[in-house]
Design a protein around this ligand. Structure first.
Ligand code: BGC
Length: 565
């Protein structure tokens, strides 16, 4: 009965049949979700520029524009420069508050989203995230002062937390194994485009002397929410969510849609049986009886065992922490000030354009690298490359690049520093940028996956916030700062050494495996031996599903089934 409702599921013993073949349309469905990365990038990208806008500063400080206060003087006159530096500027505490409040929202949003995604589904959670984000966006657009802006940013951050965690979960669960890494790398690509777009929009509106200066960059975000929300409303739910819920008929229908095959085809049956069998197996190891029990499950087992839930949760959280500690956001958040201190490029927009463009243009190389070379290998080599680049920047900076009255900077040295900073961005964009997200989508078993991805994403935002808050105090030329200057790159380089060791000792290779095969691989190998592991049996065979088909609850011929057929 091709295209009919599914009533039984028969598994396979063939390790090559645990995933159905995929049509082009199905690939496009999966790739669409990557669009969620735009939120992440855009939202982290616009605030810095808005804080430097004259109209915004006037609104927040009640001070006159410099050209009105000092008519006839040019912007290069010392008195005007001093006024801009000390008086015509949003107070430091207000800058920190509006910037970091977003991360507070995203941190809690990501943790809670993991929970919500297990109750109402991955897709609906992302749509809900878009709705929450819009409420925050309305408040921010309407704001004319600090209080409303802060509340708006907190709420919008909450929505971004939902989106950033659950898009990864959703994509990892529906993508075919051969391109899962490349597709999640597409999410990273969208983050980089989001950052670039934010920079361009802010540049376009910065000299306006009306509310459009900050309202336009904020309001543009509604477009992302609309596109993602409407798009996802048309996409299928993750079949793995339905398996977790025990709604196997719905799981069959959803799987049929994401693979572009009829729901009752042998391929769909084999893949579904494998997901079900793996879930049964996981539940038998760590049964989850209550709500608190299901949270506790994230932290059970021995840390020394690569397949324990505790080890995987710690792996995800530390993976995202180390991604932030590579120092990449130091360049994106603080690069402008740093380059200005070097005294080579004076236009701040040019600076952020160069760094964000390098980020955008090099990320697509990772689409191929994550699948051909593998996640583990690129994380190891990426960390090594960043150690080299950052140490070179630090060494040049401390020897020839300083710009002080008694030690003027050598222009060739500063050019070389900028070149190595760009090479460092490229090293991140092709390795740790995408791979950190890919790995957290792949290492968790279905029983704790949504919470594991939520906790790991929350770790990303937590460290993102810490870096945003501390870096000005490390480098800025102010009395209470550590005035590290170029030496800060010794610190980031040193942290990349730790990332290198972390990747070498703790990150397993997950390329080319289904999420269920990753589970088996973690049980049978250590991270260092994982690259050589090959699937040799199926969960369905272990559970005898190949001989004894599983009865499904009577399937309704839903709209989804018809579409799939
Ligand atoms: C990181 C962000 C960073 C971005 C840069 C992401 O993977 O999580 O913090 O700003 O990459 O492209």
């Amino acid at each position: 009965m091709p295209g009919g409702a599914v009533t039984t599921v028969t598994g396979t013993t063939d390790v090559n049949r645990v995933e159905a073949p995929v049509t082009v349309r199905a690939y496009l469905i999966v790739a669409f979700a990557a669009f969620g990365g735009i939120f992440f990038g855009y939202d982290t990208g616009w605030m810095g520029g808005v804080l430097g806008m004259d109209y915004f500063i006037k609104q927040y400080t009640n001070q006159e524009y410099p050209d009105v206060k000092f008519p006839g003087l040019s912007k290069d006159d010392q008195i005007v420069k001093d006024y801009r530096k000390s008086t015509f500027v949003v107070a430091q505490w207000q800058q920190s508050l509006v910037t970091s409040i977003l991360s507070a929202g995203t941190f809690f949003g990501a943790i809670i989203a993991g929970d919500v995604a297990d109750f109402i589904g991955r897709r609906v959670t992302i749509i809900l995230g878009c709705g929450i984000f819009c409420i925050g966006g309305i408040l921010q657009t309407a704001s004319t002062g600090l209080a409303v802006m802060v509340v708006g940013r907190l709420i919008a951050g909450f929505g971004v937390g939902f989106i950033s965690a659950i898009v990864i979960l959703y994509m990892s669960e529906i993508a075919p194994k051969k391109v899962r890494g490349a597709i999640v790398a597409g999410y990273q690509f969208c983050i980089t485009i989001g950052i670039l777009l934010a920079n361009c929009v802010v540049y376009g509106t910065q000299s306006r002397r009306d509310t459009g200066s900050y309202r336009i960059p904020i309001a543009i975000q509604f477009l992302w929410a609309l596109i993602l929300g409407i798009g996802l409303a048309l996409l299928p739910e993750s079949p793995r969510f339905w398996v977790k819920k025990g709604k196997l008929d719905k799981a069959a229908t959803a799987l049929a849609r994401v693979r572009g095959q009829p729901a009752d085809s042998d391929y769909i049956q084999d893949e579904l049986a494998e997901i079900i069998a793996n879930h049964e197996y996981e539940m038998s190891i760590v049964p989850q009886t209550s709500y608190l029990g299901s949270w506790k499950a994230c932290f059970t087992g021995k840390i020394s065992s690569p397949s324990s839930n505790l080890r995987r949760t710690v792996l995800g959280i530390v993976m995202q922490m180390m991604q932030q500690l590579t120092g990449i956001n130091f360049i994106f958040y603080f690069g402008t000030v740093f380059f200005q201190q070097l005294g080579t490029i004076s236009d701040p927009f040019m600076i952020s354009l160069v760094t964000t463009l390098v980020n955008v243009l090099t990320t697509p190389f990772s689409f191929v690298m994550v699948e051909k070379i593998g996640r583990r290998t690129i994380l190891i080599w990426g960390a090594a490359a960043m150690v080299i680049m950052q140490f070179i920047v630090a060494i040049i900076g401390t020897t020839a690049g300083r710009d002080t009255p008694d030690h003027p900077a050598n222009p060739n040295a500063t050019r070389a520093m900028i070149a190595f900073i760009c090479l460092n961005i490229a090293s991140f964009a092709t390795t740790w940028g995408p791979a950190a997200w890919i790995v957290i989508g792949e290492i968790f078993p279905l029983t704790i996956r949504s919470r594991g991805v939520g906790l790991s994403t929350a770790s990303n935002w937590f460290w993102n916030c810490i870096i945003g808050v501390i870096t000005p105090y490390l480098v800025a030329d102010q009395p209470n700062s550590a005035k590290l200057g170029s030496n800060v790159f010794f610190m980031w380089g040193g942290l990349c050494c730790i990332s290198f060791l972390f990747a070498y000792f703790f990150v397993p290779e997950t390329k080319g495996l289904t999420l269920e095969q990753v589970d088996k691989m973690l049980e049978e190998t250590t991270p260092r031996t994982s690259r050589k592991w090959k699937p040799h049996s199926t969960f369905a065979a272990d559970l005898n599903l190949a001989e004894k088909p599983l009865e499904l609850p009577v399937a309704q011929e839903t709209q989804e089934t018809k579409t799939a057929a």
